[in-house]
Design a protein around this ligand. Structure first.
Ligand code: KG4
Ligand code: ZN
Length: 412
């Protein structure tokens, strides 16, 4: 101990517990000492209260998430005031859990990044209010995050891909195709004209009363449809493909949902069952709906790839398509998109499943990306507002429409 004392320059008269405390302060935390950027990300835009601490290499130091899915499944959809209440009850616990798992104190953070757009107003408000309080308490920079931009850049945690690349975001609230030119630089090629595919699948799952089926009762609608579809034959039903004659990259799902609804009502009559009971042909309907959704998404994505290649935005031989968002966890949809990327010499990249759905990691990572690029860092929280509606990037969908690219048919 004497030698150690000499080396460390500790006076010899220190008590044992003091020496222990002194040595502890020298404990080597490579992830803390060598890296100087640590961002806490907070996500409350919809029905997940999530947080994470990520460093500039994409290392996840800690994370926590509270999902409201089970509660909303029981009420048959998200009730904003219920979501708000659940965010309020959980946000502090989730942030504390995240920090304690990370082994860091708020003082060690470089910045706090929080989703402020787009999303449910009441949900966004909880995250923003809590973050503002943290930011002011610890005097940290604040980085407001666009939820869809965060989804789009998540892939760069796991794959070091360069800009530009093409991204398809498909979730419960969104459906869009965009070129990612930089951290805050997006060109919107097309989006859903009505509802998002996840929302549509959730509605079909509810209409099929899958919540009453023990195997699917705790799954999100989209996941339940994917699992049920494995036992069905898609050829037993034939739904019209949306926007078949529109040569653009927009999407539409509400017409398909109405058609499926009508079909379910007709089958209920034929089978003589009441609304709420499970149809014998539910698996066939699930398979046909999933196929129609996958084909529609694939067709629009195919056109987007051809457009980017034609305009020289993506190199014909080395283009990257990134697919993310909750619906991107659907393996049938991924397989369908693989057919498209193979046919167009593209590389298909999807973040790991848990990063496809809403999470705090993608928000913290977007904060890191912005911090490194010196973009959107605020040192004053005054006047920051959440924005329930906020388009992504510069809309060039008119140019896509004018190009009117005919997509060759592929065997899906
Ligand atoms: O990205 P996300 O977690 O939240 C937002 O909507 O932003 O996506 C949730 C959506 C839900 O609509 C859910 O039904 C859908 O993603 N989803 C799926 C699957 N897993 C989740 N849709 C199709 N197949 C799945 N395996
Ligand atoms: Zn999302």
């Amino acid at each position: 101990m004497l030698t150690l004392n000499k080396i460390l320059g500790v006076p010899c008269r220190l008590a044992k517990w003091q020496i222990h405390g002194f040595l502890k302060s020298f404990t080597f935390h490579p992830e803390k000492q060598l890296l100087h950027k640590l961002v806490l990300g907070i996500e409350t835009s919809c029905d997940d209260t999530a947080a994470a601490v990520v460093d500039e290499t994409g290392n996840i130091l800690g994370e926590a998430i509270h999902s409201q899915t089970k509660v909303h499944l029981k009420t048959g959809g998200i009730i904003p005031s219920v979501a708000q209440q659940l965010h309020r009850e959980n946000i502090e616990k989730i942030v504390k859990e995240t920090l304690s798992a990370s082994g860091i104190t708020p003082n060690e953070l470089s910045a706090i990044a929080t989703t402020v757009k787009p999303g449910l107003a009441l949900s966004l408000g909880v995250g923003l209010e809590y973050s503002t309080q943290l930011v002011n308490q610890y005097k940290k920079p604040f980085i407001p995050i666009h939820h869809m931009e965060a989804h789009a850049l998540t892939i760069r945690i796991t794959n070091k891909i360069d800009f530009p690349f093409l991204v398809l975001l498909v979730s419960g609230g969104h459906c869009l195709l965009a070129i990612v030119q930089g951290v805050s630089d997006f060109l919107l090629l097309g989006k859903s004209l009505d509802i998002a595919p996840g929302d549509m699948l959730d509605k079909v799952a509810r209409r099929l009363s899958l919540i009453k089926h023990p195997a699917y009762s705790t799954m999100s609608g989209g996941k339940a449809i994917e699992h049920l579809a494995k036992q069905g034959n898609r050829l037993h039903f034939d739904f019209r493909h949306p926007l078949h004659f529109c040569r653009n990259c927009d999407f539409s799902f509400s017409g398909l949902q109405t058609a499926v609804d009508r079909m379910i009502t007709q089958k209920e009559k034929e089978e003589g069952i009441e609304k709420g009971e499970i149809l014998s042909c539910a698996a066939d309907i699930a398979a046909a709906v999933q196929h129609t959704v996958a084909s529609h998404i694939a067709k629009r994505t195919h056109r987007a790839i051809l457009f980017c290649q034609q305009k020289g935005v993506l190199t014909p031989s080395n283009a990257v398509l990134v697919v993310s968002g909750g619906v991107a966890s659907n393996l049938y949809i991924r397989k369908t998109l693989e057919i498209v990327t193979k046919a167009t010499n593209c590389i298909l990249l999807c973040p790991p499943l848990k990063l496809c759905t809403d999470n705090g990691i993608m928000i913290a990572w977007n904060g890191i990306e912005k911090l490194c690029a010196g973009l959107g860092i605020l040192h004053n929280t005054e006047g920051i507002r959440y924005e329930p509606k906020c388009p992504l990037g510069v809309d060039i969908s008119k140019q896509v429409q004018e190009a009117a690219i005919k997509v060759p048919s592929l065997k899906i």
